[in-house]
Design a protein around this ligand. Structure first.
Ligand SMILES: NC(=O)c1ccc[n+]([C@@H]2O[C@H](COP(=O)([O-])OP(=O)(O)OC[C@H]3O[C@@H](n4cnc5c(N)ncnc54)[C@H](O)[C@@H]3O)[C@@H](O)[C@H]2O)c1
Ligand SMILES: O=c1ccn([C@@H]2O[C@H](COP(=O)(O)OP(=O)(O)O[C@H]3O[C@H](CO)[C@H](O)[C@H](O)[C@H]3O)[C@@H](O)[C@H]2O)c(=O)[nH]1
Length: 319
């Protein structure tokens, strides 16, 4: 059955890919985005676009919407350390206003972009959803605060809600891909070296307690992530706040990522060992057992070379 969905942040990386998947599944999509970090041309053809802020969501939400998929947020970990107030204001204040607008309009289903950053330094990997949540930066803390707000909204007001805790999102889907400015994520930065836009990639620390000394992360293809959002819309249950990790359960080190980019692009990719980046856990790998069981999610694009190849095709296309 086709539905009508408000996609906040649909001019950004993940939101645009999910909006595209919703359109391909025959749904009606309205993107609400203030273009603070997103791009008008990133909104998929076939979606309606409203340029506006989530704090004003009440202007556009009405009972004709079946659900909200909420991506709009600031998400630069480093910036959040120096400007925490910006993160509390937009991520927490903005979502508070959005939840009020949803209540007012009678829209009772929400899928929220949460993050592995809610866990902080893990005691055990793979990380399960019941692991302690001790974020190491204001970005993660703001996302955890929103998760708590949503739990309250479900319990008190019957919202059907799913928080999806993404691990390291990567890859692209057709003309929708990653173009953060400034870019801080490893794969697009290494691809900039392959394109000649940077001389070398900095490896942030090679003295971690990992097999090659560099940090290990769980890279998940953005199209697999998008499919989980569509499944979450079906799985959401009134009065319940379901939290699911999204990752492949495989860890790749920074050096393995760089080597994979060498193989995919044929470029030598010079690397420079730099100091550790503050707040980086050594290993972040997801247990996605909950997503598999509760959503029926089955990620199909776990191969790192395939993820990098899709990101590479997008990076060349947008030049
Ligand atoms: N990319 C990742 O690796 C990753 C990992 C974990 C979680 N997340 C979460 O996923 C979501 C999307 O991330 P992304 O990488 O696509 O980021 P992005 O910056 O590309 O997209 C965010 C979008 O939200 C919009 N936006 C921000 N504040 C807004 C507001 N107040 N009103 C309206 N629009 C607003 C921006 O203009 C942008 O288009 C974020 O919530 C982020 O925290 C991303
Ligand atoms: O130039 C770079 C960039 C990154 N890295 C390293 O590469 C790994 C991956 O870094 P990213 O910045 O690509 O991703 P993060 O693991 O820091 O961040 C991801 O996971 C976080 C949770 O911890 C948040 O959810 C965030 O939004 C999401 O992108 C880290 O070990 C980082 O230190 C480098 O060595 N050099």
């Amino acid at each position: 059955m086709s539905g009508k969905y408000l996609v906040t942040g649909g001019a950004g990386y993940v939101g645009s890919v999910v909006a595209q998947h919703l359109i391909e599944a025959g749904h009606e999509v309205v993107v609400l985005d203030n273009l603070s970090t997103g791009f008008r041309e990133g909104v998929p053809a076939g979606a309606s676009f409203v340029e506006g802020d989530i704090r004003d969501a009440a202007k556009w939400l009405d009972s004709s919407f079946d659900a909200v998929l909420h991506f709009a947020a600031f998400s630069q970990v480093g910036e959040s350390v120096v400007k925490p107030e910006k993160y509390w204001d937009n991520n927490v204040g903005g979502t508070l206003a959005l939840l009020a607008a949803m209540r007012e309009a009678g829209v009772r289903k929400l899928v929220f972009s949460s993050t592995a950053a809610t866990y902080g330094e893990p005691e055990e990997v793979p990380i399960v959803e019941t692991a302690p949540t001790r974020p190491t930066n204001p970005y993660g803390a703001s996302k955890l605060a929103v998760d708590h707000m949503i739990t309250g909204e479900a319990g008190a007001h019957g919202l059907a809600a799913v928080s999806l805790r993404y691990f390291n999102v990567a890859g692209a889907y057709g003309s929708c891909g990653e173009r953060h400015d400034p870019e801080s994520h490893l794969i697009p930065l290494v691809l900039q070296v392959a394109q000649g836009r940077r001389d070398a990639i900095s490896v942030y620390g090679d003295d971690y307690p990992t097999p090659d000394g560099t940090c290990v992360r769980d890279y998940i293809h953005v199209a697999d992530l998008a499919e989980a959002h569509l499944l979450a819309l079906d799985a959401a249950t009134p009065g319940e706040h379901l939290v699911c990790n999204l990752g492949n359960g495989n860890g790749f080190s920074v050096r393995e990522v760089i080597e994979t980019v060498r193989q995919v692009t044929g470029h030598p990719i010079p690397e420079i060992v730099a100091p550790r980046r503050a707040g980086d856990p050594a290993v972040l790998v997801a247990s996605a057992a909950t997503a598999r069981e509760r959503l029926g999610w089955n990620p199909a694009r776990a191969d790192l070379a395939g993820i990098v190849a899709d990101a590479w095709a997008f990076a060349q296309h947008k030049e």
